[in-house]
Ligand binder design. Sequence first.
Ligand code: HEM
Length: 331
Amino acid sequence: MESNKPPGANKEEIQKRIELLAEKYQASGQELIDYLDGLLHADYLTYWDYVHLDTLLSLQTPKTSIPDEPIFIMYHQITELYFKLSLHELEQIASAEHLEADALLEKVQRINRYFGALTHSFGVMEKGMDRKQFLDFRMSLIPASGFQSAQYRMIEIHATDFVRLLHKDQREKWANEEEEIPAMFEHIYWKEGAIVAKTKEKTLTLRQFEKKYSDELIRLAQRVQGRTLRSIYRKLAKGSAELDELKNALRTLDLQVNVNWPLQHYKTAVAYLAARPNDIRSTGGTNWQQYLPPRFQKRIFFPELWTEKEQGEWGKSWVEDTLNELRGQRQ
Ligand code: HEM
């Protein structure tokens, strides 16, 4: 027997939806019938339009015709998207009226997953390019450097009190007041890292980055003052007794962002740039062997979650091992 019901839904359900839609459009002075006409003519959504695939796949424009250069570009782009995912969570944390420990935990775990994925996939860089090709195409990229990743700096600003991001010798001197932020900004650890050793001047890479992003980064730091991950956690800590899981997640975040990813990145820099008798100069012009290792930078977002000893040994264990191991392999 044939049914005269429309496939998928019955007439009453369709009628109900039409009434709801009519109410929705009336509320903003619109006519449902016009929108129904629009639907009649509209094309179906496709995957490729939805994710802007053609645009996405057109964004890789190498500076040379060396075959491995697109790998370098694409992996940077993948990383920037993971940074954007992390900032998506951090922005929600900063703008929430109130977050309970479990909601904060959920968000921190998401960021940990993103950084975990980044750390685990870094072999795409470390092992995935021909060294000679890399050393050739990078000469066409000077003075650009991953150092100029603004999203990386924004993640740090969202994560902790601004004073925690200053060069380690400067942290004691400042009170972390909002009006101090522009002055403190001059002593942020990455500025102190990008000084030409001989002349004591800022590298061109840094000067260009400052020109484009200083104002934006200072404004962000002022906006999230008191709304950083650390501030929100510390406010919670006063009122709640069940924070163990959150503490563990924040410790993992501290390790992911400030030790694991930087060490993996540093290991990669060593794989390509360490050489005898002299290491190869980086595109951003930092004294990278002295600058990049986490044990020198000692960036720690949540010092209250680590013992003095743990802070003292921050990032220490495998930096030297890795350096020696890799230099040895190349002899
Ligand atoms: C073969 C691959 C890579 C090498 C050899 C390398 C090398 C370097 C070096 C030497 C620096 C120090 C700044 C300078 O003097 O240029 C640096 C900084 C940086 N790079 Fe890379 N990098 C690589 C891949 C990446 C990737 C895939 C990203 C992802 C976005 C990235 C992001 C960064 C960031 C955020 C910094 C600043 C780190 C800090 O201030 O502590 N790098 N890189």
